[in-house]
Write a new protein. Structure first.
Length: 68
């Protein structure tokens, strides 16, 4: 398991590489500004037909295939 600083750094690098710096910052601000239950949002919108274990397995598979 990664420490908090490493996780935050890696997360921001992912966000900025996909969204760009400005939209990554906007995304973080939106999360902080409004009450947000990620677990409920994920169940309803992100992967409604997948369990958490399935999402973790898929994320692990993706990471292994896309390391580099």
């Amino acid at each position: 398991m990664k420490n908090s600083a490493t996780l935050l750094d890696q997360g921001m690098r992912c966000l900025t590489s996909e969204l760009g710096l400005v939209d990554a910052e906007r995304f973080v601000v939106l999360l902080l500004r409004e009450p947000f239950d990620y677990t409920e949002w994920r169940k309803e919108h992100l992967f409604p037909d997948m369990t958490l274990d399935q999402i973790i397995d898929e994320a692990d598979r993706y990471c292994k295939e896309n390391k580099g």
